[in-house]
Write a protein that binds this ligand. Structure first.
Ligand SMILES: NC(=O)c1ccc[n+]([C@@H]2O[C@H](COP(=O)([O-])OP(=O)(O)OC[C@H]3O[C@@H](n4cnc5c(N)ncnc54)[C@H](OP(=O)(O)O)[C@@H]3O)[C@@H](O)[C@H]2O)c1
Length: 250
């Protein structure tokens, strides 16, 4: 029996990168998975196909997490397909970096709308679908919330908000036995990191040099601790953050 057998999990931003790895890993542990995407339908369909071919259960649902109407549809479709939500992983996120002189209002809106508002909207919409016995929410934050590197004021600000909101909601939802935790990865080589020009850059080399375990992460490295937090193994853990950074920034 898998660690997530009979659980229904919604993974936001699961068409690629960390979210796709979490969706595959959750399904391998027995969860029925909703693979959310914004623009990448092809990627989401591929993840669903891989899960179903391996004998798992999954469906792809498009929704921009920053749009309340689309989020409502995401959870209506989840209810229609799988009946409830036991686990929500708020993973959908975007990142761009700029020194303070160069940040723009558009950048602020895009990052905060996706990384913070999106998490709040999805959490609000998911809560009525949790069974009376409760469940788990895992927010994908980042090591930048505490590392606070230069030229990341907007992105690090979004993840600082994710950390605070994780603790607030752990207290607020504890009485309903909905646990709320976060995973805070260091650098992970994903499609997003490649598009941002990080893979193969001096930034990556610096990150490796500053990592006691001597390498940056793969998406699967983030998925395994996320399974733990979502599973009953973590049944008395809430409001916590697991740093998944190979020791970088500790
Ligand atoms: N990579 C890293 O080094 C790293 C480190 C620490 C934390 N993180 C965090 O990990 C999470 C995933 O990052 P990643 O590197 O895997 O990114 P990625 O490869 O760029 O994938 C991002 C995912 O989020 C989805 N997404 C973006 N905006 C969305 C929206 N408005 N509504 C719904 N889905 C949306 C994308 O969907 P579509 O492609 O379908 O639009 C995609 O599936 C983010 O929260 C990021 O901040 C990443």
């Amino acid at each position: 029996m898998g660690k997530l057998t009979n659980k229904v999990a919604v993974i936001t931003g699961a068409s690629k990168g960390i979210g796709a790895a979490i969706a595959r890993a959750f399904a391998a542990e027995g969860a029925a998975v909703v693979v959310n995407y914004a623009a990448g339908r092809e990627g989401a369909d591929k993840v669903v196909k891989e899960i179903v071919s391996a004998g798992g259960r999954a469906t792809a649902v498009g929704a921009n997490v920053a749009n309340a109407d689309e989020v409502a549809v995401l959870f209506e479709k989840t209810k229609a397909t799988f009946g409830r939500v036991d686990v929500l992983v708020n993973n959908a996120g975007v990142y761009t970096f700029a020194p303070i002189e160069e940040f723009t209002v558009d950048m602020y809106r895009r990052l905060f709308d996706t990384n913070v508002l999106g998490m709040l909207l999805c959490t609000k919409a998911a809560i009525p679908l949790f069974p009376t016995g409760g469940g788990a929410i895992v927010n994908v934050s980042s090591i930048v919330s505490t590392l606070a590197p230069p030229a990341t004021a907007v992105y690090s600000g979004t993840k600082g908000a994710v950390d605070s909101i994780t603790k607030v909601l752990a207290k607020e939802l504890g009485p309903r036995n909905i646990r709320v935790n976060a995973v805070n990865p260091g650098l992970v080589i994903t499609d997003g990191a490649i598009s941002a020009g990080i893979a193969g850059s001096d930034f990556e080399k610096g990150a490796v040099a500053g990592t006691p375990l001597g390498r940056v992460a793969r998406p699967e490295d983030i998925a395994l601790p996320t399974i733990f937090l979502a599973s009953d193994d973590a049944r008395h853990i809430t409001g916590e953050t697991i740093y998944i950074s190979g020791g970088s920034g500790i």
